[in-house]
Ligand binder design. Structure first.
Ligand code: PMP
Length: 442
């Protein structure tokens, strides 16, 4: 996830000479061909050549426990998804200019997982496109331009999405019609008080936009506030925020690119955990288990108006292969009862981390929902965020062939977000490796 300045857990290109010959050659060639834009993970980047379930394999055949990747949500190269993609690729790959029943079946099934008010959906290819489309729909419906987001939000890479993504840092200016608000802090445990205080900040942001001559079209929030360092609790704090948006004539857009598809272990969607009913919901990343597909679910009247008055065609959005992959993902989530499993394993993982935090004063604030778990590393004497210790732990785990990453504005949070079929045994392997690393690194 892009953050202020350097990305957490990114390979430092000035250290290329310290790498093994093969990695050095690939890193140098990549820099020459692709420029400096793409960042690699870890002090020793990994050349991955294969994936299976919750494991990645490097060029030497070593297995790594993948406790980071949420895109292959039902597991790397899941056979049911592979079979669906393969079959569809050999049959037809087309677009929304033609009638196709599988797309309608998928839309029906996906919408049935959402709250009753969301009756229509449009599909695109990336989370960024979904953000872009949701903002266009909201602005078209309201005639307003303003958008309120959280202080370190990330919503994507298109020009419109980058304008509402303060985590991209100072060199990517926020839109003039965008305002940011601080999310609830770790001490705020009462959902009503935390929600009311948060909603007050949203109201102030809306009033500030108004003072600058702009009405507010949307309040846009990731329902796990992932790039803000992961703020899952207390569930319910988004409720007054939705009311504040509606009172101002704005729509509430839930960004489910991170929290969706069962990640929280409490429900299919992060917003359901908060007991809210968004007007628009964006989805992406895990939706096709790695095949690019994203979507915006909406109140039907919103798509009715936008679809009638604005021309929109997305060449690859809802292509047949992507729809086949996305359908297979829903099959696996339902068949394997993954949401319940995620809740169960997530709790086990968090309680193990809390146990480690009791032994290691540098490890604090274990938090999460389902299989999105974070904890901070701090200087035990001062409580200040410790990005260096975080980096040592992330790289120490990588040396032990367990993959996690770092996150947060101070790059001091451990970020654990594995594929959904991560089991108790995988959680135990991660916890044992972490105990070992903490004994060394902190
Ligand atoms: N919203 C959120 C919350 C995200 O985490 C991301 C991706 N990290 C996006 C939107 C953008 O998705 P994509 O990279 O598929 O464009």
């Amino acid at each position: 996830m892009p953050m202020h300045g350097a990305m957490p857990n990114s390979f430092d290109p000035t250290r290329v000479d310290a790498l093994e010959p093969r990695a050095r050659e690939l890193v140098t060639r990549r820099r020459r061909l692709l420029g400096p834009g793409y960042k690699l993970f870890y002090e020793q980047p990994i050349e991955v050549v294969r994936g299976e379930g919750v494991h990645l394999f490097d060029a030497d055949g070593n297995a790594y426990l993948d406790a980071y990747n949420n895109v292959p949500c039902v597991g790397h190269c899941h056979p049911h998804v592979v079979e669906a993609i393969t079959r569809q690729a050999g049959t037809l790959n087309s677009n929304t200019r033609y009638l196709a029943e599988p797309l309608l079946d998928y839309a029906e099934r996906l919408l049935a997982t959402h709250h009753d008010g969301l009756g229509s959906i449009m599909l695109a290819c990336s989370g960024s496109e979904a953000t872009d489309l949701a903002l266009r729909i909201a602005r078209h419906a309201s005639g307003a331009k303003g958008v309120v987001v959280t202080a370190n939000a990330y919503h994507g890479v298109t020009a419109a999405a980058a304008e509402v993504s303060p985590s991209l840092g100072a060199n990517e200016p926020l839109g003039v019609h965008v305002r940011t608000v601080l999310p609830p802090g770790p001490g705020e445990t009462d959902p009503v008080a935390a929600g009311d205080a948060f909603a007050l900040r949203v109201e102030e942001a809306i009033a500030d936009l108004h003072r600058h001559g702009t009405a507010t079209a949307a309040v846009l929030m990731d329902t796990l506030l992932s790039s803000d360092g992961l703020v899952p609790d207390p569930p319910g704090f988004l409720r007054p925020v939705v009311d504040a948006a509606h009172a101002a004539g704005a729509l509430f857009i839930a960004d489910e690119v991170q929290a969706g598809f069962g990640r929280t272990g409490a429900a299919m969607w992060g917003y359901q955990r908060h007991g809210i009913e968004p007007d628009l919901v964006t989805m992406g990343k895990p939706m096709g288990n790695g095949v690019p597909i994203s979507g915006v679910a909406a109140r039907p009247e919103l798509l009715e108006r936008f679809g009638n008055e604005v021309r929109y065609f997305n060449t690859f959005g809802a292509n047949s292969i992507a729809v086949a992959a996305a359908t297979a993902v829903l099959d696996v989530i339902e068949r394997d009862d993954l949401v319940a499993q995620v809740g169960d394993v997530g709790e086990h993982l968090r309680s193990g981390l809390a146990g480690l935090a009791r032994e290691h004063p540098a490890l604090r604030n274990v938090r999460g929902a389902g299989l999105y778990v974070a904890a901070d590393l701090v200087d035990p004497a001062t409580g200040a965020p410790d990005a260096q210790a975080t980096s040592r732990v992330v790289n120490g785990l990588r040396e032990r062939r367990v993959l996690i990453s770092a996150a947060g504005a101070a790059a001091s949070a451990l970020k654990v977000r594995p594929p959904l079929p991560f089991g108790h045994d995988h959680a135990d392997q991660l916890l044992a490796a972490l105990a070992d690393v903490l004994a060394d690194a902190c």
